[in-house]
Design a protein around this ligand. Structure first.
Ligand code: SF4
Length: 351
């Protein structure tokens, strides 16, 4: 018990120190940080992970370059939340709470919890599942607050995903982000309501990570989401980047956009816009009148699977591929071990 507490304290201290030191860190400093983490870790899995990270940084692997971007492009609060909340509290530091939960209930708790915080939306995208539900409903603030508090204390969860509807329609959520400053909030947003003022609010909170939806290029995005939406999303990315907010892109694969969204050019363009993560989802037809024509074909799914699992995304030499960060590879490795099929929806750091 005492050893556990000591180990947790050492790791928490490391996460705190790392978050400070990583600002403008050189590759040598990043390498030393992981060496330090290996020393303070008591859990063998943490030591292995730390060695792996250090090796990747030293080999000039895309993960090292991604870390470099984290160190230079994010504002201090966003960087601290990424390291202390997402990689610290939600991952390295939650082991004892997770073990306690598993002992009590006989199964492992999740690493993240997803809330559809609202059914309201300012857009009407073709094929959207949210359109099948009431358009005026929000999850009550008190319910969200209680569920998050319980998830943290009982399951060790510190990573929460907000979807909708359009989460940025809810201004009361700023209070929630601030009330749970030890957690990381990833929000899936159409991006059209994010302006300079909202970007500044997210920067001030630090622990909010918007994932902005695009469907591919401007034509594909506007065709599915509405005229002018692509330009608004690009402008939102510029505002977020200016504020040093951690953000990424989110794409839904449909029959008409697979070639574009799996291309190097697409990823490259969003990296240059400031995205540090990217998430890929597949269109799933649900509701009373699902549009089966939007679904990707079996052949397209295979193309995506190979692209996704091709660890060459991190290894091969074309510029965009070499800039897709390492977690794609780790995700693939875990995928093979677990046999899970939903890793395509996983987080993808990009550099
Ligand atoms: S922005 Fe999202 S929630 Fe809103 S209509 Fe489009 S897909 Fe649905």
């Amino acid at each position: 018990m005492v050893l556990n507490a000591t180990g947790r304290y050492a790791k928490a201290t490391f996460a705190y120190v790392a978050a400070k030191l990583i600002a403008n860190a050189s590759p040598e400093s990043l390498s030393r940080l992981w060496l330090l983490f290996e020393k303070v870790s008591s859990h063998p899995a943490d030591k292995v992970q730390a060695r792996r990270f250090r090796w990747l940084v030293e080999q000039d692997h895309p993960f090292g370059r991604w870390l470099k971007r984290v160190s230079t492009e994010l504002n201090p609060k966003s960087r601290e939340s990424l390291i202390q909340n997402l990689y610290g509290n939600a991952w390295f530091l939650s082991r004892s709470a997770r073990r306690r939960f598993q002992r009590t209930h006989g199964f492992a708790p999740p690493y993240l919890v997803v809330f559809d915080v609202t059914a309201r939306c300012n857009l009407r995208c073709e094929g959207c599942w949210a359109g099948m539900y009431g358009r005026n409903e929000d999850l009550p603030y008190q319910l969200l607050d209680r569920a998050i508090t319980e998830a943290k204390h009982e399951m060790g969860v510190h990573f929460f995903v907000f979807s909708g509807g359009e989460p940025t329609l809810r201004k009361d959520l700023y209070d929630l982000y601030r009330a749970h400053a030890d957690s990381h909030f990833q929000i899936y947003t159409n991006g059209t309501l994010i302006d300079a003022e909202m970007a500044a609010q997210f920067a001030d909170c630090g622990n909010v990570m918007p994932m902005l939806s695009v469907e591919g290029d401007a034509v594909l995005t506007d065709n599915r989401r509405g005229s002018g939406v692509h330009d608004l999303v690009m402008s939102a990315m510029d505002d977020l980047r200016r504020e040093g907010v951690l953000f990424g892109f989110s794409v839904t694969a449909v029959k008409s956009n697979v070639d574009v969204i799996m291309s190097d050019e697409f990823v490259e363009r969003l990296i240059e816009r400031g995205c540090l993560y990217g998430g890929y989802f597949q269109y799933i037809p649900i509701g009373r009148n699902p549009n089966l024509d939007l679904m990707v074909t079996a052949e397209q799914r295979e193309v995506m699977r190979v692209r996704r699992n091709d660890t060459g995304w991190g290894r091969q030499c074309s510029r965009a591929r070499s800039r897709i960060a390492a977690s794609t590879e780790w995700g693939a490795a875990q995928h093979r071990r677990s046999g899970a099929l939903n890793q395509l929806c996983g987080l993808r750091p990009t550099v």
